[in-house]
Design a binder for this molecule. Sequence first.
Ligand code: DGL
Length: 274
Amino acid sequence: MTPETETIQQYKDYIGVFDSGVGGISVLGELIRELPEEDFYFFGDSANAPYGEKTIDEVRELTLRAAERMAENGVKALVIACNTATSAAVKQIRERYSTHMPVIGIEPALKPAAEGMDHGRILVMATAITLKLEKYHELSHRLENQAEFIPLECSGLAARIEKGDLDGEDLKRLLRGLLGPYIGKVDGVVLGCTHYPFVRKQIREIMGDIPLYDGAKGTARELHRQLKKRGLKKPGTGKKGQVVLDSSRHTPETMAVYEELCRAAAAGLSSDCS
Ligand code: DGL
């Protein structure tokens, strides 16, 4: 997309969905299921992924830039489908845009996980930034009487998922290295990064049949509520909306991964949290 096309509000009245890369497509799948007639413009910043291993200031800057791009394109609502970007920048983005459009962030699904079991031990897989920032600490502190949370920084995992080929042996090895010490020792796992639902099957193979939780459904319901509240919901047409996938790394290889994951998300990656 060129700067010229941006100024003509190419995605006017679409819902803008943003992530550091392909991860947000796992959320996009739920948004489409919740609001099938809406139009969606997805932008993944794959040229700058992974965000989770950058500095907080860098992530904030990149997220603000993406929000600006969405606003310039005329979107009517913004979903930050990235736990890392939400933790680092949702406050600043709300300050700047929430009078013009609803801004919905995603957070690790600690609450549904805590409520889904009785005083469980819950592994929280997330990026370094998500686990470092206030949102995670505030959430885990608020729920500490209901569950025990064990944070697990998953270095390298989002970057590997960005590459696609999710059945690769190297990816299985990476997951086994991260999760191995917790096999049989936890009651559930929070997928606290939107890339991770794409490897649910592989995580299950390692961890066994325990519940996995992510924040996609909660985010979809919140978007629905906000659209209704602000009178922004598209009037019913009975027709499926448009879905546009865009990336800061717009190569045929990258876009093929986006398309493939979008098909997987549309078929359903749905978590154990409802
Ligand atoms: N998908 C992002 C999240 O939900 C992070 C991946 C990355 O490190 O860029 O946290």
